[in-house]
Design a protein. Structure first.
Length: 385
């Protein structure tokens, strides 16, 4: 964790005034009027019609032993009147290419000899916005109403030699806060790096994007056409509904994983009712759902109802074990391979399934709705005991 992130986490209740005073007093940096650089950045975005760039993304947390690294090429083009994104988006990475032209998403998996076409609806916007690297600047570039410097509630702008750091807090949809840090070098209008640091309980998760090959006013349609994917035949047409979990009535086979506390391989039960909770550390709604699940474990005997936490995101078993003990989780948490998320249609966290004794889904919920959650689960369980 860098110094600015540590300081902002530590002194969050006293920002922005105390932070500026402390940093200047320490002789680390000097402060300027806040928003100046972010306004310059937004003005640069506003003055151009298209923007292209390369990104290197790193994702890690205090409980992970490894770091996720991804590289993307991205191009954005403003498209006034487009009600979904206000523009066109092109993304290329090791998985393939995506291109949204204002009405349709074209997706080419690099292992495929053809390009899939998705007729885009508002619910299907995830087909393009699933990419974190694209979202980083997309809303700044295409949606001036949501510009970075207008989103902040406690902006601090710091100059240290040729480096300027603009930092602010953002309220997340799950109710938590993230620290967002834009780093500019040598007076450049575009950031060299953007990082997000999010703290939930004692876990700190961080994403960092480094930008290179920044260019303005390129033709995004030509970019798509010049790549191999744009020259391939379009052979499949898909509707693009919003992602949904498995439907009630779907059959689920048992899940294999490593028990976070014992380290022993374990398989979910298939001779009793089963509650599955797909979650990861750092997900606040997941944390909110744990007390009701702990209460359910106490309510029903293990001989009749099994409850499992399924974690396919956190790789450090020791860290997950410590978290399980700290939170008092009284049901097995299984660490599974990431492909379990695709096999069980997990598009958001948490996702819950209740299964009958034959493995059929009898309750399916994506996201945690606190109102009546335990009553809904209990009602389904009671009706099948």
């Amino acid at each position: 964790m860098d110094a600015i992130t540590f300081i902002m986490i530590t002194f969050r209740p006293f920002l922005p005034r105390l932070l500026a005073v402390c940093l200047i007093a320490a002789g680390m940096v000097s402060c300027q009027d806040h928003n100046t650089t972010l306004e310059k950045y937004q003005q640069a975005l506003n003055s151009h019609h298209t923007l292209s760039y390369h990104t290197h993304m790193k994702i890690w947390s205090t409980i992970q032993t490894d770091t996720i690294n991804e590289d993307d090429e991205i191009a954005l083009e403003k498209l006034p009147g487009d009600t979904l994104l206000n523009g066109r988006v092109w993304i290329s990475n090791r998985y393939g290419e995506k291109y949204y032209n204002g009405t349709t998403v074209y997706y080419h998996n690099k292992d495929s000899a053809a390009t899939d076409e998705y007729l885009l609806s508002e619910g299907g916007i995830y087909n393009i916005l699933g990419n974190i690297s694209a979202r980083a600047i997309l809303f700044d570039f295409l949606d001036t109403a949501g510009a970075a410097y207008k989103r902040c509630d406690s902006n601090v702008s710091i100059i240290n030699g040729a480096t300027e750091i603009d930092s602010f807090f953002v309220k997340n949809e799950d109710g938590s806060e993230s620290i967002v840090v834009y780093t500019f070098l040598n007076g450049a209008a575009m950031p060299a790096k953007i990082s997000w640091t999010k703290k939930i309980n004692d876990v700190i998760a961080r994403r960092e994007l480094t930008f290179t090959h920044v260019a303005f006013d390129e033709d995004i349609a030509k970019i798509w056409a010049s790549h191999g994917a744009g020259k391939l035949p379009v052979v499949v047409r898909h509707p693009a509904p919003a992602p949904q979990p498995l439907a009630v009535g779907a059959q689920i086979i048992p899940i294999d994983g490593t028990n976070a506390e014992t380290g022993v391989r374990e398989r979910t039960a298939n001779d009793k009712l089963v509650v599955l909770d797909f979650w990861f550390i750092g997900c606040k709604p997941c944390m909110d759902a744990m007390p009701p699940l702990i209460a359910l474990r106490k309510k029903y005997p293990p001989s009749k109802v099994a409850i499992y936490g399924i974690n396919a995101s956190d790789t450090n078993r020791d860290g997950v074990e410590a978290f399980v003990k700290k939170e008092g989780i009284n049901y097995p948490v299984l660490l599974c391979a990431p492909d379990v998320l695709n096999r069980y249609a997990v598009h958001a966290f948490p996702t819950f399934y209740v299964l009958d004794k034959s493995g059929k889904v009898i309750l399916s919920e994506m996201g945690y709705d606190e109102a009546g959650f335990d009553e809904r689960v209990s009602k389904v369980i009671d009706s099948h005991l």
